[in-house]
Design a protein around this ligand. Structure first.
Ligand code: ASN
Ligand code: ZN
Ligand code: CA
Length: 333
């Protein structure tokens, strides 16, 4: 059968109605993104292994916005993967997770009441649960970009998923989860420095994590301390998330897209932000050319300073911003 790349319509759970890149094969449409390494989206239908079935149908409309329609979360996952692909390609010049144009794939409706999502190196794929009551799929843009970024980290720095490097690995996923959401710029998703605000994992409308002041979640740390390497990597990520917020936006109070942030510094000194566009370039360059599997917080400081020096010069405001933002989370003072 002949195949053609098509633009379908996704009625997502979290991002409204969006364009999805699909493939038409004969009279059947598939959730196969022919423009992005043939990234496919599969239906596990509550199974927990294999790939289940590729989403396909006789029309190119996917979901109706309700999680009870199994195509809706698939539309979110397919959209999130495409956005993440476009972000890395258009902002950082990287074609796919491996940089070679190869697509990954997504699996939705994993298990029953599964309140998580994850990346796996062994399948080179992302997997999403349906959340509590199978009603809140974990398929928002920031979560999709977070998981896909674990693939990028594995294929670049390879930050070990424990100790301080594990916290940096987690923070890298939160950082790019956030920047991809800003990049999306659709009417439902304007971008923020919150992680998982749409999936309502806490059941009270609060996000999973906050980058301006990570301790707002009750567990994450705002600043580095000796021994931070022994806590959960989703909490030891705090100082690096906080660094990224400070570097982008500066310390103190700021309202962005209707969300008010209040970012402290551990040394009490103010930090002047350099803007997210430059901060994300610095983190990406450090991740892909400076960090290794054992990079710790001190090494992240050295690596991001080296990246900032190469990009903007060591006399630049950007370089000073990196110094000040790390000082603000108690690294390198
Ligand atoms: N959602 C989690 C993460 O990406 C899954 C996990 O902890 N393995 O970190
Ligand atoms: Zn993660
Ligand atoms: Ca978010």
């Amino acid at each position: 059968a002949w195949e053609a790349i098509e633009t379908g319509t996704g009625n997502t759970v979290y991002s409204g109605t969006v364009d999805l890149t699909t493939t038409q094969s004969g009279s059947t449409y598939n959730l196969t993104d022919g423009a992005r390494g043939n990234h496919k989206t599969y239906n596990l239908n509550r199974g927990t292994s294999g790939t289940g079935t590729l989403f396909s149908g006789s029309d190119d409309v996917w979901g109706n916005g309700s999680p009870s329609n199994l195509e809706s979360a698939a539309a979110d996952a397919h959209y999130g993967a495409a956005l993440t692909w476009d972000y890395y390609k258009n902002v950082h010049g990287r074609s796919g997770i491996r940089g070679d144009g190869t697509g990954a794939y997504s699996r939705v409706h994993y298990g029953n009441n599964y309140v998580n999502a994850f990346w796996s190196d062994s399948c080179f794929c992302m997997t999403y649960g349906d959340g509590s009551g199978n009603a809140n799929p974990l398929t928002s843009i920031d979560v999709a970009a977070h998981e896909m970024t674990h693939g990028l980290t594995s294929n670049t720095a390879g930050l070990n998923y424990s100790g301080e490097s594990g916290g940096l690995n987690e923070a890298t996923s939160d950082i790019f989860g956030s920047t991809v959401e800003f990049y999306a710029k659709n009417s439902s998703d304007v971008g923020d420095y919150l992680i998982g605000e749409e999936i309502d994992i806490n059941g009270d409308g609060t996000p999973l994590r906050y980058m301006d002041k990570p301790s707002r979640d009750g567990s994450s740390k705002d600043a580095w301390y000796s021994g931070i390497g022994s806590i959960d990597v989703h909490y030891s990520s705090g100082p690096a998330n906080h660094f990224f917020y400070l570097l982008s936006e500066g310390s103190g109070t700021k309202t962005i897209n209707g969300v008010t942030y209040d970012s402290p510094t551990s040394d009490g000194l103010p930090v002047t932000g350099i803007g997210r566009d430059k901060a994300e370039k610095i983190w990406f360059r450090a991740l892909t050319t400076k960090f290794t599997s054992t990079t710790n917080y001190a090494g992240a400081r050295t690596g991001t300073l080296a990246a900032a020096g190469e990009l903007y010069g060591t006399d630049s405001a950007e370089y000073k911003g990196v110094q000040d933002a790390w000082a603000g989370v108690n690294v390198g003072t």
